[in-house]
Design a protein around this ligand. Structure first.
Ligand code: GDP
Ligand code: MG
Length: 214
């Protein structure tokens, strides 16, 4: 019985996600769903990317957090359309996103970052209708995470390995993570970078820009 209820919820979510997808297509907005554990670097990646692309690409940001507005405040300095959703649940869903889209001025916007709630489980279950799902795994979290949370890594189009600046101090096997992620999802695109030192970020921003039709 419980399984049936969850199936229905996900079915309704999928239909709403399709509508979000149509909206993005119609408005020519490239949308990214950024997922990770708490603290892996979702907001840092958005901030560091904005620093490098804000002159060329009109961008907006939606931040989903269980509670509070801390992350939206960190984005505030860029003076771009930013909206915080307080989810009171462990993930964003397609309905929350569509409500947020109705409350933002997205005229002329070509790129939308959506920061999901921090965990590697629920956000993987709820499609949002975005162009790309991005998962960030940071080096202190351990190399076993793709095996522990396989759904997250199989539904993601991009894996960003963040915090490579502290690789020496943590027990993290980059090659093992890459090969496990590729086994789960042979199409996954992988970037290794540090939001702190900036190493590797240009590879990511160059690729991202190549995905956007301005
Ligand atoms: N050493 C190091 N710290 C980082 C890096 N990226 C983010 N951090 C730090 O990790 C913490 C969590 O980052 P945040 O962007 O808030 O993660 P979020 O919870 O996924 O949004 C902050 O203290 C960041 O300064 C990195 O590449 N290297
Ligand atoms: Mg954050």
């Amino acid at each position: 019985m419980e399984i049936k209820v969850l199936e229905n919820v996900l079915k309704v979510n999928e239909e709403l996600a399709r509508r979000n997808r149509d909206f993005f297509e119609k408005k020519n907005i490239h949308s990214l769903n950024i997922m990770s554990s708490p603290g892996a670097g979702k907001t840092s990646l958005i901030v560091e990317t904005l620093k490098r692309i804000k002159k060329d690409i009109k961008t907006a940001v939606i931040v989903g957090d269980y509670t509070g507005k801390i992350d939206a405040k960190r984005i505030g300095k860029f003076k771009i359309p930013t909206l915080q959703i307080e989810t009171a649940s462990c993930h964003l869903d397609a309905n929350m996103l569509s409500q947020a889209l109705k409350n933002m001025d997205l005229e002329k916007i070509n790129l939308l970052f959506i920061e999901n709630v921090g965990n590697l489980i629920c956000p993987a279950e709820y499609k949002l209708g975005v162009n790309k799902n991005i998962v960030i795994l940071s080096t202190p979290e351990g190399s076993d995470k793709p095996l522990k949370y396989p759904l997250m890594f199989s539904i993601s189009d991009v894996l960003i390995i963040n915090k490579i600046d502290i690789l020496e101090s943590v027990d993290f096997d980059i090659e093992k993570v890459k090969s496990t992620a590729l086994k789960l999802n042979p199409e996954i695109k992988i970037f290794s970078l540090s939001c702190k030192t900036g190493e590797g970020i240009d590879n990511w921003t160059i690729w991202l820009k190549s995905q956007i039709k301005v």
